[in-house]
Design a protein around this ligand. Structure first.
Ligand code: DC
Length: 235
């Protein structure tokens, strides 16, 4: 029996999942895998190659042809596309928008989901995204669904955007976020939704530390349960 867990964290834009996923992984000595970065990598390449974002066939062919490696370096996940580190290019609002567009295409999702399953199969992973607990790892050991009120999520995203672009505008950030959430939740293949067995945490008005405390209590209980089960089956 594997003794390291698969922890799934899903949620909409600005729900805080990246921060908590990274911290939970650090605390447990697990790998942190941000699956959204893979959709961003495909989107970035599609934009570079001027592939129309509604061309499902071209996007599917592109996704199948790329090699995307997610590598931890100095505590941060780096995205390596066909050998090139593209981490610094894929955080822009333009790539966010395009990532949500390419993520609608089943032919894009399938190769990425296979890769995510391969990366997490041994356990010891905290994987974040939109469909981790529902599609990628429906049998994940612990599933969280993080959320917060739209105003607060947009505010968090706006603060991040303004740090790199002083011309960022809150109304635009709010509109982009709403559009992306709507597309991510309404697509036919693997929409963003709460898994039946996920623990829902609303982070509106509470600190990251408080969110982490709630999550770690649940994770530690689960680790203890798994150990107990393993001991019982050895006897
Ligand atoms: O988490 P993020 O903002 O980096 O994700 C970018 C886009 O990728 C998001 O709008 C939807 C898509 N995505 C997805 O469809 N499934 C995932 N598991 C992760 C991200």
């Amino acid at each position: 029996m594997k003794n390291k867990l698969i922890i799934a964290i899903d949620g909409p834009v600005g729900s805080g999942k990246s921060t908590v996923a990274r911290r939970v992984a650090e605390m447990l000595g697990y790998i942190h895998l941000d699956s959204g970065a893979m959709y961003r990598a495909v989107a970035w390449k599609a934009l570079c190659e001027h592939i129309p974002l509604d061309s499902t066939e071209q996007l599917a062919a592109l996704a199948s042809s790329l090699r995307i490696d997610l590598e931890p370096r100095n505590g941060k996940q780096h995205v390596i596309l066909d050998g090139e580190d593209i981490t610094e290019w894929i955080g822009t609002p333009e790539v966010s928008h395009a990532a949500s567009m390419v993520a609608v295409v089943p032919g894009v999702r399938h190769p990425l989901v296979s890769e995510q399953r391969r990366a997490g199969a041994q356990g010891g992973v905290v994987m974040e995204g939109r469909d981790i607990g529902t599609v990628v790892f429906p049998d994940a050991d612990v599933k969280f669904f993080l959320t917060a009120l739209p105003q607060e999520r947009a505010q968090r995203r706006f603060i991040e955007e303004r740090a790199v672009n002083t011309a960022a505008n809150f109304e635009e950030t709010f509109a982009d976020m709403t559009e992306r959430d709507q597309r991510d939740s309404s697509r036919t293949d693997s929409p963003l939704k709460i898994a039946d067995d996920a623990v829902v945490i609303d982070s509106t008005g509470i600190s990251i530390e408080q969110v982490l405390e709630r999550m770690m209590t649940i994770v530690r209980e689960r680790i203890a349960g798994t150990k107990q089960q393993a001991e019982n089956s050895e006897q």
